[in-house]
Design a protein around this ligand. Structure first.
Ligand code: ZN
Length: 201
């Protein structure tokens, strides 16, 4: 899914879970939210860096568009792209990260809680990606295996796998979540204003 969707879904689910008391008392929300977008950061930076190079300086090896070359050749074949993109999209690595965070918490290390919730954020991101990519999902067992991707029956962009429908649903969900947070913010603002004015009176 798109990076912004990961952020909004994680923000919404964590807010709902906290409201219902389903989360432990000590939640590191910033780390969780950073973890929800961090797996896509290397791909974005590589696309920007390589894209600028191919658009302004060099040409792709057989003259295809930079986007096609980057996302359909380099993404699947180039070790730099494979490692960068899958390092935090790997359930193997993020489970180890979760274990490290848990170990840190048990040992009363200050970084333990943030590492733990960062790992939870990356795992939620990866689970959503596994379910919404057909041909280009995360390498499930990276770095042990460098080729196996789960072919989900739907994709958020491939038209052969309901991409046209899924992208609409994704956008609707994003608009609903943003409307929900905006409404909450507006209600809180009104409440605090009316409290303030009754205190002044
Ligand atoms: Zn992703």
């Amino acid at each position: 899914m798109q990076t912004v969707t990961h952020f909004l879904l994680t923000a919404f689910v964590s807010q709902q879970a906290r409201q219902r008391g389903w989360l432990p008392r000590r939640v590191h929300l910033p780390a969780l939210l950073i973890g929800s977008v961090l797996p896509d950061l290397p791909f974005t930076l590589l696309t920007l860096g390589f894209g600028l190079y191919y658009w302004w300086i060099g040409t792709t090896p057989i003259g295809e568009s930079p986007m096609i070359y980057m996302h359909f050749a380099l993404f699947f074949e180039d070790p730099l792209w494979i490692i960068s993109h899958n390092i935090l999209h790997s359930l193997v690595i993020t489970t180890l990260l979760l274990g490290l965070g848990w170990w840190g918490i048990r040992r009363n290390r200050r970084w333990g809680l943030s590492v733990c919730w960062l790992a939870v954020g990356t795992q939620l991101h990866t689970i959503i990606d596994i379910g919404t990519h057909h041909s280009d999902g995360p390498l499930l067992f990276f770095p042990i295996n460098w080729s196996y991707r789960f072919p989900a029956p739907i994709s958020y962009w491939e038209t052969a796998y309901y991409g046209a429908v899924v992208i609409v649903i994704e956008h609707v969900v994003n608009v609903l979540i943003m409307s929900y947070f905006l409404t909450r913010w507006w209600q809180r603002r009104r409440t605090s204003r009316s409290k303030h004015s009754s205190n002044v009176n």
